[in-house]
Structures are given as C-alpha cells and as structure tokens.
Design a protein. Structure first.
Length: 91
C-alpha cells in the first residue's frame, strides 16, 4: 500500500484586465472584471488615477477604496468629477 501526499497551494491571483471608464452626469465610473483568484481570496483592488503631471499615478481612496466590501464585490466605483479637479489630479 502506498501513501501518497498531495500538497495544494494557492497561487497569486491574476492581474485584472484594464478597467473600463465611462462618464455621465459629472461622474466617472470605473468597472473591471474580477481576475481568476487562483485559490486565493482577493481582499483589495488598487484603483490608480494618472496625476496632472501625466506620468505619476496615485491610488484613489476617497471614492474607489478597493478594500471596501461593496467595491470589492461589485468591481465598480464612481468618482465625482469634482473630486478630480484638485491636486494631484486636475482634469
């Protein structure tokens, strides 16, 4: 009789595809498709917005906190345009 041992390990989740953005009623909507979790729990998404310098990105935590349960579950967040009219963003 042989004893077989099988070890299962979780892998790093895949990176989501590039999100889709839309604009209506002075609100930017950012949506994305949840990637394969590969056996791991996805506990946060980082939503990065390009700053007014055109090269630097900052995480948008006011309206797109990727650890918020609703945003995490629905893979969508809404950013009022007025929130992007000040530093560091400036649309």
């Amino acid at each position: 009789m042989s004893n077989e041992i099988e070890v299962l390990t979780a892998q790093i989740p895949d990176q989501p595809e590039i999100p889709v953005t839309s604009f209506a009623d002075d609100v930017f909507t950012v949506t994305w498709v949840a990637p394969a979790s590969n056996g791991n729990v996805i506990s946060k998404y980082s939503v990065l917005i390009r700053q007014s310098d055109g090269t630097t990105y900052s995480e948008e935590l006011t309206d797109c906190d990727g650890s918020d349960t609703t945003i995490l579950t629905n893979t969508v967040c809404n950013i009022p345009a007025q929130n992007l009219n000040s530093a560091p963003f400036s649309i």
